[in-house]
Design a binder for this molecule. Structure first.
Ligand code: FAD
Length: 404
């Protein structure tokens, strides 16, 4: 029996264990994860780790000794298949069972499947964990033509790395623009133009009918009948929350696990944090949603740990995010949920600009491309929900910090 069990040894779970010890918790802690490795950072999987520019040791969240020194029990390669909230136990798929006083659920998400024929062929990859990226890397030298399915951040980042590695890359997006779920049109069009200039063949409105091949992938069939040759396929079309064991135990939640402002689930002894936690986000106008970012995983870990330690503080962290593609650094602050106006600040062709998102006249988010000053200064505007004349926001001669 452990005082605290954390299920999921990714960004949120590892950080929760770190905060518990940092803030003086002396009881027993088990960090249970289904991957074999020590906790590691996920963002490099579609960036410098995929590019072969960073060895695995450099993406570890903490070195091995850190966990030992703090008496945090790591239980790797352990998949939790069931939770019994009444008995306060979690059961692993291999039959082991562990008792807890407090449970923190931090299981992230699993990649969405296309649901079409050929998805399980050799050479079809989903970028979510190290094992998958290593499998991809092992095949990399032998392949030239790669089809990336999905024009979200992960698909675009992977495409950028693959071009750098000299591969021929076709990127398929089902919508009429890339990043359609997360960014405004100006940002989408900018990234489309950049990728095309770098040699990526971007196909918009491209529905996938099937992945072709026998044993191993040889092509992708589009809904309109087109057949694209492919020696490797990378699918990045989003994730579903990995919450099934908790939901099956009766804990509330449809899209993930529902939590309150202290990251508590419908069971007071169970918390949920990170990609799997559906919370009412103050920066999304109070809408219940899941936020898939390192920021959210870290800050919800802090929120849950404070509540566990008897010093609850409602979750109200400013959302931020980044994406690296080629020499472009995109930095986002806020959530562009329900925006009704966008304002372009700067000229995309200069490869340094920002897009500001407004809801009812208030600044709710910024996407800043190679524009770190706007990102840093815009944070205050988002925090305050500032109302500023759109003409001024667009004026690059006036720094954002002078507007509020
Ligand atoms: P995770 O870090 O995914 O950890 C969950 C862990 O739980 C995993 O190890 C999983 O295998 C394990 N698990 C799941 N189910 C079980 C179970 N039943 N039993 C035991 N263990 C289980 N965010 C950014 O902010 N910036 C970026 O640039 C960025 N780039 C990304 C690039 C890639 C390729 C990916 C995949 C994600 C990226 N993200 C980025 C998102 C970010 O990594 C996630 O938001 C973050 O990892 C969420 O943390 P988490 O703790 O909720 O989940």
């Amino acid at each position: 029996r452990y005082d605290i069990i954390i299920v999921g040894a990714g960004h949120g779970g590892a950080q929760a264990a770190i905060y518990l010890r940092q803030w003086g918790f002396a009881g027993s802690i088990a960090l249970i994860g289904d991957e074999p490795e020590l906790p590691y950072e996920r963002p490099p999987l579609s960036k410098d780790y995929l590019a072969g520019e960073k060895p695995f040791e450099r993406i570890l969240i903490r070195p091995a000794a850190f966990w030992d020194e703090r008496s945090i029990t790591l239980l790797p390669s352990t998949r939790i298949a069931a939770v019994d909230p009444a008995a306060k136990t979690v059961a692993a798929a291999d039959g082991r069972s562990f008792g807890y006083s407090i449970l923190i659920w931090a299981t992230g998400g699993t990649p969405k499947r296309l649901g079409c024929r050929g998805e399980s062929l050799g050479g079809v990859h989903f970028i979510r964990n190290r094992a998958e990226v290593d499998a991809m890397t092992a095949e990399m030298e032998a392949v030239r033509q790669i089809v990336v399915i999905g024009g979200g951040y992960i698909g675009l980042e992977a495409a950028a790395v693959l071009r750098k590695l000299g591969k021929s890359v076709t990127l398929l997006e089902a919508q009429d623009r890339v990043l359609s779920r997360v960014a405004g049109e100006a940002v989408s069009r900018f990234y489309e133009a950049e990728h095309r200039a770098q040699g990526v063949d971007i196909r918009l409105n491209a529905g996938v009918a099937a992945i072709e091949g026998e044993g191993r992938v040889c092509g992708v069939r589009l809904v309109d009948g087109t057949l694209l040759s492919a020696e490797m396929v990378i699918v990045g079309i989003g994730i579903d929350a990995a919450a099934a064991p908790l939901q099956a135990s009766g804990i509330a939640g449809v899209n993930g696990v529902d939590v309150d402002v202290f990251c508590r689930t419908s069971d007071p002894a169970i918390y949920a944090i990170g990609d799997c936690a559906a919370h009412e986000n103050a920066f999304a106008g109070g809408m219940r949603l899941r936020v898939e970012s390192v920021q959210n995983a870290h800050d919800q870990a802090a929120c849950a740990v404070k509540a566990i330690l008897g010093q609850p503080e409602p979750y109200r962290a400013v959302p931020w995010f980044w994406s690296n593609q080629y020499d472009l650094r995109l930095q986002t602050v806020g959530l562009s949920v329900g925006d009704d106006q966008t304002i372009l600040r700067g000229v995309p062709a200069s490869r340094s600009f920002s897009l500001l998102y407004l809801r009812k006249g208030r600044v709710i988010a910024l996407d800043c491309v190679n524009a770190t000053k706007d990102y840093v200064q815009g944070r205050k505007l988002v925090e305050a929900g500032a109302m500023i004349d759109p003409g001024r926001l667009a004026d690059t001669n006036v720094p954002l910090k002078e507007m509020f």
